[in-house]
Design a protein around this ligand. Structure first.
Ligand SMILES: NC(=O)c1ccc[n+]([C@@H]2O[C@H](COP(=O)([O-])OP(=O)(O)OC[C@H]3O[C@@H](n4cnc5c(N)ncnc54)[C@H](OP(=O)(O)O)[C@@H]3O)[C@@H](O)[C@H]2O)c1
Length: 246
């Protein structure tokens, strides 16, 4: 129904998981995509090889290192000339119950997920505001909405990104720059592949749609928010969680 022809889009953490699924969907809808990896360059190159378009690029970016973010976006802007969309996808977990959580692990997750989102978003704002056009999509989590034992740091980081996104939407709406979140529930990725069948069945028991989500389920929502078909939507969160939290 919609396409992304002519749009230049950056996806952080496109080397695997949800990010790789998003990159492939954007490619199939005609976008030119720049996507990043942190350490697994070969994974990013493998994703790049699978794409049909030949204008895409990959670059290294570490969310906890401001200089690496500045360098990566400079390189992308030099090649692309413009950025129409940004998907703040890369993120980490460092789970532990609060009683045992180390302050370093709290800081690491907040720095990567929340501060990293702030830095990447800031890097694209000037070109977007200048062009009076832009869509920023943040991948948050159902955990940021409902909380989860052992994930106080991660939940706080994702709830923080949602609040950040709403503020951005209000600040930049007059410049036609939109900001929205996609909040996945449990999605089949490397992370959930590690769960035993028993654990998976327990998880699925709590889902209205009685299945784990796929990366394509997330990619469809992201592509919609990047497209002009969602041009009147900003400051929102689309929950893609199979009815885990309604
Ligand atoms: N999977 C789920 O069920 C689920 C549910 C809710 C929300 N989410 C959210 O969805 C997003 C993607 O999750 P995922 O499960 O697809 O993750 P993943 O499979 O662990 O992939 C993470 C991606 O982020 C990159 N990355 C990791 N640490 C980084 C850092 N410090 N700086 C820059 N990039 C970094 C990785 O690059 P390398 O490959 O080079 O390491 C990789 O491309 C995350 O924000 C996550 O919180 C996931």
């Amino acid at each position: 129904m919609f396409n992304l022809e002519g749009k230049k889009i950056v996806v952080t953490g496109g080397s695997r998981g949800i990010g790789a699924g998003v990159v492939k969907a954007l490619d199939s809808l005609g976008a030119q995509v720049a996507f990043t990896y942190s350490s697994r360059k070969e994974s990013a190159e493998a994703v790049l090889k699978e794409l049909s378009g030949n204008e895409h690029m990959i670059t290294q970016l570490n969310l906890s290192d401001e200089e690496s973010i500045t360098t990566a976006f400079k390189e992308i802007l030099t090649k692309f000339g413009q950025i129409d969309g940004l998907v703040n996808n890369a993120g980490i977990t460092q789970d532990q119950i609060l009683l045992r959580m180390k302050t370093d692990d709290f800081d690491k997750v907040l720095n990567t997920n929340l501060r990293g989102t702030y830095l990447c978003t800031k890097a694209v704002l000037k070109p977007m505001v200048k062009a009076r056009n832009g869509s920023v999509v943040h991948i948050t989590s159902v955990v940021g909405q409902m909380g989860n034992p052992g994930q106080a740091n991660y939940a706080a980081s994702k709830a923080g990104v949602e609040a950040f996104s709403k503020s951005l939407a209000k600040e930049l709406g007059s410049r036609n720059v939109r900001s929205n979140c996609v909040a996945p529930g449990f999605i089949e990725t490397e992370m959930t592949n590690e769960l035993s069948d028993d654990q998976k069945q327990k998880l699925i028991g709590g889902l209205a749609l009685e299945r784990l989500g796929s990366v394509d389920d997330i990619a469809s929502a992201v592509a919609y928010l990047l497209s002009d078909n969602s041009s009147y939507i900003t400051g929102q969160t689309i929950a893609v969680n199979g009815g885990l939290y309604v």
